[in-house]
Design a protein. Structure first.
Length: 109
């Protein structure tokens, strides 16, 4: 931890704008934003996936997460700000949501 702090100050003193590349930061956010990563339900590529099967009475139902690799920015932000059903609540900044959106939709340079 101390080494990271020292490196941070060195990079800051040298005028480095970013300590970590945006793509690497976005990947970290996607895999673990605040607890459960987006990838656990939406898949590594954001294309969605089946999470579980549940039995309700005699019927077996599939629980799945939708694809998020082709949603609009407004829909993406809305889902993060007001999750429903089993979607966890994340406390992300607007900048974090923006970089996540660009990462998932392959718009991050």
């Amino acid at each position: 931890m101390r080494l990271l702090t020292i490196l941070f100050f060195i990079f800051s003193a040298l005028g480095a704008d970013d300590f970590i590349e945006k793509r690497d930061y976005a990947k970290l956010l996607y895999s673990n934003p605040r607890s459960i990563g987006c990838n656990k339900c939406h898949g590594e590529d954001g294309k969605g996936m089946i999470i579980a099967y549940i039995r309700k009475k005699e019927e077996i139902r599939q629980v799945s997460a939708p694809p998020i690799d082709n949603v609009t920015k407004a829909a993406f932000f809305k889902a993060l700000n007001s999750p429903k059903d089993i979607m966890p609540k994340y406390s992300l900044t607007n900048e974090e949501m923006e970089i996540l959106y660009k990462y998932v939709t392959r718009r991050l340079n």
